[in-house]
Ligand binder design. Sequence first.
Ligand SMILES: C[S@@+](CC[C@H](N)C(=O)[O-])C[C@H]1O[C@@H](n2cnc3c(N)ncnc32)[C@H](O)[C@@H]1O
Length: 292
Amino acid sequence: MTTWTHIPILAEPIADLLLRKENGTYMDGTLGLGGHTKLFLSRLGPKARIFGFDKDEEALQMARERVADERLIAIHASYTQAPEELRARGVEGVDGALFDLGLSSYQLDNPARGFSLLRNGPLDMRFDLSADLTAEKIVNEWGLAELERIITDYGEDRHAHAIAMAIMAARREGRIDTTFKLKNIVETVVHGRGKIHPATQTFQALRIAVNEELVCVEKITDLLDKIILPGGRAAILTFHSLEDRLVKLHFKGLVETGKWQLVNKHVIVPEFAEIKHNSRARSAKLRVIEKL
Ligand SMILES: C[S@@+](CC[C@H](N)C(=O)[O-])C[C@H]1O[C@@H](n2cnc3c(N)ncnc32)[C@H](O)[C@@H]1O
């Protein structure tokens, strides 16, 4: 049996900045395999609680087993539903919240989930396996303009038109239902240079579209306003410029209300030693904000 791993990024600095009440109530908006939460619980008191959200039921199950702690309440829901989910459990607010955006190494490395360019698998890419929309549906059923739009907006790929045209042409030959079929189609029109594979941005675009990732990020500030208690903090870890730009903009909007302040004026990034140990840390950016 494969043992999946995910190394939590910037875990110690996040714990230092977020956990200011020993027996407080916290939220992990993106529980994943529970790496951050496990560290948080090791630092918190017996009455602390962490409400851990994930869209991915498989990840939640692994997190429950790995964290194995009654202070974790794992919830299968999008973090955007946190206000209702917390209220349903009698919780009006939290002292701290973490959002470690994107996908986990478990999802990326597992070929059955269809996120990876390196391993052939079904073209799926759903965080939530009970959701209807898959990457396969988008690639085989959406129109040219929509395909071009997502590859441009979510992949920031200047070859978006050529890639969308190539997908439309390949569809006539049969259904594009595996990651390698899609990768090969993109390779016919974009020629790689350097270390980045030519289909990387198309894969990113599809993943963001399938999981409505930016739509969810857009909702975070409204969510924070509802769930963070006075004196509480929120930490957001992003992995690409589209996310980071949105978070920066939304934090600016919160600060302008006069009810919030930035904890770090400059974005926090992992040290070289962490990146050397975990290459997935290289694009991480951390922003932290506090409710006054
Ligand atoms: C980078 S991983 C988190 C890893 C985790 N911090 C750890 O240390 O194991 C991101 C997780 O967030 C989940 N996710 C992404 N968007 C979500 C959303 N809107 N609501 C809930 N979970 C989400 C993904 O399914 C994935 O498991």
